[in-house]
Design a protein around this ligand. Structure first.
Ligand code: IPM
Ligand code: MG
Length: 375
């Protein structure tokens, strides 16, 4: 029996292309693993009214971790239109399957490295090496939202004096999405960031929030982070507002080391940071819980490129490296990272985003070949 059982979820669009490519690399690594295919994505929403079928949840529960490609997400109105007629008007609402996975498996920590590989023509600078820790289960993404707003919710909110100016607005002309933070999740994301910094000899942690305006949620995150920071006197702790952070990341990205943030701000700054090191084709991520983890490229399903083997597979290959690291196979992870680095540097085989015309699979084959040479 294989040592590891890994759920294999290509999902939609280019998810299939990049996962096929990653399999080439994993075969070269020769990890003692069995990869078990699972259903997820838009097709299952349309046909079954559920983008994350129960059988997939069951599969995940029976595996050690999961590698996931990409899925298509659309706003609810469009999602309803594409639903098969027999599933319409049953009150089904579309929720992004990856957001559900993160919440149902309590994958509280999203780790997103953004490192510039030398020689990548897309680098904003060559000396950027950031790691983002994004809280992954709460905030505006908790999905507690109202439109129309039920009367009892509205009147309960009227206890807040700032609701006064909305008093006269009809209930079907107002929408509410709740930003929910718990102390436990704030402590956990900050703790993970500090522990990572300690283990990897990183110098500083920057907390990215907006406590000057969003006083209670961001305020709680700042409060908890300050307490935890005291336990790590060797690591420098900074606080920056999210808007200013966007500016500083463009101005001096090389000055930052580890960034920690809540779910939505973490989502936003991770796309910005990804673009500094070559774009979403290089952005890997791990959704990590206490006993389970899902690894995925940060990019979406790019339907217009689906099946064309055009997109860069490096983000998914680096996600597989993160997976190996999490499984405790640090040597494999390191060699794979070195192989990616060497292929980027040599510049012979590159997808269109990097200025050449090689296919998704050719890039993977080149990385697999390099891996064999380096190991
Ligand atoms: C990401 C993506 C997802 C998110 C989408 C696809 C729901 O943007 O992983 O960053 O918002 O978290
Ligand atoms: Mg995102």
């Amino acid at each position: 029996m294989a040592k590891y059982h890994i759920a294999w979820l290509p999902g939609d669009g280019v998810g299939n292309d990049v996962m096929e490519a990653t399999k080439i690399v994993l075969d070269a690594v020769n990890l003692d693993a069995e990869y078990i295919h699972g259903d997820i994505g838009w097709e299952f929403w349309k046909n079954e009214g559920n983008a994350l079928p129960d059988r997939t949840i069951k599969l995940l529960k029976e595996t050690d971790c999961c590698l996931f490609g990409a899925i298509t997400s659309k706003p609810n109105e469009d999602a309803q239109k594409e639903l098969k007629p027999e599933h319409r008007n049953k009150g089904l609402t579309y929720t992004s399957a990856i957001v559900r996975l993160r919440q149902e498996f309590n994958l509280h920590t999203n780790i997103r490295p953004c490192k510039a590989y030398p020689g990548n023509p897309l680098n904003y600078r060559d000396d950027i090496d950031l790691v983002i820790f994004r809280e992954n289960t709460e905030d505006l993404y908790a999905g507690v939202e109202f439109r129309p707003v039920p009367k009892e919710v509205f009147s309960a909110l009227m206890v807040h004096k700032k609701m006064k100016r909305f008093e006269k607005i009809p209930l079907d002309e107002i929408a509410i999405s709740l930003r929910i933070f718990t102390k436990k999740a704030c402590q956990s994301i900050v703790r993970q960031a500090f522990e990572y910094a300690k283990e990897h000899h990183r110098k500083s942690i920057t907390l990215v929030e907006k406590p000057n305006v969003i006083r209670e949620t961001s305020g709680m995150m700042v409060h908890e982070a300050r307490q935890i920071a005291k336990e790590y006197p060797k690591i420098q702790f900074n606080e920056v507002n999210v808007d200013a952070m966007c500016m500083w990341l463009v101005k001096n990205p090389q000055d930052y080391d580890i960034l920690v943030s809540s779910n939505m701000f973490g989502d936003i700054i991770s796309d910005l940071a990804a673009q500094l090191v070559g774009g979403l084709g290089f952005a890997s991520s791990g959704n990590i819980g206490d006993n389970y983890a899902v690894f995925e490229p940060t990019h979406g399903s790019a339907p217009k490129y689906a099946g064309q083997y055009k997109v860069n597979p490096i983000a998914t290959i680096l996600s597989a490296a993160l997976m190996m690291d999490w499984l405790g196979q640090k040597k494999y992870a390191k060699h794979l990272d070195d192989a990616v680095s060497a292929v980027v540097k040599e510049g012979k085989i590159r997808t269109y985003d990097m200025g050449r015309k090689n296919t998704t699979l050719e890039v993977a084959e080149e990385i697999a070949k390099k891996y064999e040479e380096l190991k």
